[in-house]
Design a protein around this ligand. Structure first.
Ligand code: ATP
Length: 332
């Protein structure tokens, strides 16, 4: 368990983190989300005892990191994949770490195999791609087989196969009962990875809750319908009290839920090709929540350009809409 209580960190006139309090639990993957410059790395460094908080306390399993006797065997961390000795090989780098933490040398080959670097372990790290360096950093974090693991932006530079592998690794580590704390500035990286979320903006806590609870904050829900007779359905739904936006054969409906839309279509024998309930995407919920605290903002995009990552499909189609409701016959 990681417990952060009321920590503030000032660098001169900059307050990087302000009165931050949260808990990271074992057996879960916890995403640590915030826009660029929001204080994630600073917080991770304070958890690791690399930076001292200006005020407040951080404990891992009830003790400050400095008080933990087992170093890498208690907390493993990937902070900056570039922070390596480029002239060394991956094996030499891990061997040095193992020696200084009194970890058996045999563990080095185990973690190299685990992260898929065995074949290149003798090469100079300086020639590694960012993705390979991330894998090496993950290997270093795993070296001491620690119960607590921290990863700062571990998905940076990984290809899709690497991303899938990291997600599965985090899941397995959490399932083994470890505490897995992973920072990212992208909700899309976390929504298929994390069980819980800690969201910060400008160094302050914005949300600390499960991913499901966070998703439920997404305020807007609408029903999406596809039909070969959009004009007729728009008229009927509007008469039934809904607001409808039409995009050719695709309609976005608010004010009626999916079973009601299906019922209106069925009563008038209008064929539906698609019917689903869409929650506001997690990405949008994250952007809305952090909008006021994003420090570095580019030109506005039209909202249609925002990524829309939906919730799991089980959430999209209510159980009480049967396929028969969707294919109730076409009078044409
Ligand atoms: N050593 C330092 N000296 C001065 N200011 C610092 C220092 N470290 C961080 N900061 C400032 O603290 C704030 C938080 O930075 P931090 O790197 O923790 O954010 P972050 O959320 O990890 O950002 P990113 O996603 O861009 O990596 C920033 O304004 C940064 O400029």
């Amino acid at each position: 368990m990681i417990e952060v209580k009321g920590i503030t960190k000032r660098y001169g006139s900059t307050t990087a983190v302000r009165d931050l309090t949260f808990t990271v639990r074992p057996g879960r993957v916890t995403g640590f989300l915030g826009p660029n410059g929001s204080g994630k790395s600073t917080t991770l460094r304070m958890i690791l005892g690399l930076h001292a908080p200006t005020s407040g306390t951080v404990t891992v399993d009830g003790r400050s990191f400095g008080g933990l006797p087992r170093g890498l065997r208690h907390v493993g961390a990937l902070l900056d994949a570039h922070d390596v000795h480029g002239g060394r090989s991956a094996r030499a780098q891990l061997m040095a770490l193992a020696r200084s933490n009194r970890i058996p040398a045999g563990r080095v080959d185990e973690v190299l195999a685990e992260v898929g670097l065995t074949a290149v372990a003798g090469r100079r790290i300086g020639g590694y791609s960012l993705g390979m360096k991330q894998r090496l950093g993950i290997a270093a974090a795993l070296l001491g087989d620690p119960p607590v693991l921290l990863f700062d932006e571990p998905l940076n530079g990984l290809d899709p196969e690497g991303v899938r592998w990291v997600r599965e690794l985090f899941r397995r580590l959490a399932d083994e009962g470890r505490t897995v704390f992973v920072s990212s500035h992208l909700m899309s990286e976390m929504e298929h990875t994390a069980d819980d979320l800690i969201v910060i903006g400008r160094g302050e806590l914005i949300a600390a809750q499960s991913l499901a609870e966070f998703a439920a904050r997404g305020t807007r829900r609408h029903v999406t319908v596809r039909t070969p007779r959009p004009d007729a359905l728009v008229d009927l739904l509007t008469a039934a009290g809904a607001s409808v936006t039409s995009y050719g054969e695709r309609l976005e409906v608010t004010g009626l839920d999916a079973p009601d839309v299906a019922r209106v279509a069925l009563d008038h024998r209008i064929l539906l090709h698609h019917l689903s309930t869409e929650n506001a995407s997690l990405e949008r919920a994250f952007m809305e929540l952090t909008a006021d605290s994003a420090q570095y903002v580019g030109a506005d995009l039209p909202s249609a350009d925002l990524p829309s990552a939906g919730l799991p499909s089980a959430d999209l189609v209510p159980a009480d809409v049967s396929p028969a409701d969707l294919t109730s016959g076409d009078p044409r």
